[in-house]
Design a protein around this ligand. Sequence first.
Ligand code: PLP
Length: 420
Amino acid sequence: MQYPKAAGGAERHKMTKANDSYQKLEASYLFAGIARRVQEYTAANPDAKIVRLGIGDVTEPLAPAVVKAMAAAVREQGRRETFRGYGPEQGYAFLREAIAENDYAKRGVKVSPSEIFVSDGAKCDTGNFQELFDRRSTVAVPDPVYPVYVDTNVMAGRTGRQRNGRYGRIVYLDSVRENGFVPEPPSVHADIAYLCFPNNPTGAVATRRQLKKWVDWALREGSVILFDAAYEAFIRTPGVPHSIFEIPGARKCAVEFRSFSKTAGFTGTRCGFTVVPEGLEIEGGDGRPVRLHSMWMRRQTTKFNGCSYVTQRGAEAVYSPEGAAQTKKTIDFYLENARLIREALLRKGYAATGGTDSPYIWTDVGGDSWAFFDKLLREAQVVTTPGAGFGRAGEGFIRISAFNSRANVLEAIRRLEKAL
Ligand code: PLP
């Protein structure tokens, strides 16, 4: 290997070494691959009117109650008497209390405001939380999967190299038609298991009985469940759990991630939170129990300086009577989009799940998912997400997102009905 010459012409024999784990990562992140194909298509077809039902970003603006609260907070920040600098790293008490009351106490779930850590979104939290575990911990993930859970563990050096779309040392849990896209706990041990319900990408929700199996497994195995409930607000079916903490025993084995992104259109505004029960313990290096709550507190106070005051006031307003009614209306709107898409696919003879308690419709395309993606792009100018991008078990499916205007959804349906 040739090393570049150092300044002055002397031969340089050493370069700073990279974290080799990054070399194990797949070359292109799923959405970058999609963006490239869409870009290539639009370059060749500049007049094409693309309808994007791919990336799961919201399209509807913030609720008026949220905007009003944020505007008031900006004015506070503009006056000496009410100006606030650094806030508490864990989040302001006003927001943590609103979350504990509205998201949990009202559903009969006991979560204390001190167990809530406000952040700038669930991507960071679901990505960062793995830092608290030993590098040799084994990780179980559903397949297909939200890529952040896997890639952050790869970066941390917790996996082997990738072969045939799967990293060594990860326990993959196939979420397939046969199990209704809700995997059973593995028969082998895993220290950490990521679960996500309502699921991205499959749109599946887990019943109380299914989640109880997972909690019982984690308690038996001494494992931790990292439960991503970013799409909780889309649950409408009575009896479907909104939180892992609705399951007895979960406070001893689970952490929950939530986000205002899809709940209240905060993808660009940024706010989420993580619930770490006070009593949840893992084993420290000396064999003694350590509290995940203390560790996450230490991690956040060291590496995170809080979500902005203005944003937290906006998030608080999501729980006001007007804010709650307005955000519910927006979610109902997306759910109606989802229903329209799903029914159009069913009419065309495609099996589709999700789209009832979820903004995603997971469609069985019966073949190569990138080829189907290309077909829809070429013949309908509709962008979807190929299931293979979410994992090996996602092959044969595409994810269609209901986040769009009604006019675009109806246009996409019209074109899909022609193309399929
Ligand atoms: N978790 C899941 C399952 C998601 O699909 C997403 C976003 O698409 C996130 C977390 C990230 O949410 P946030 O915008 O709060 O970072």
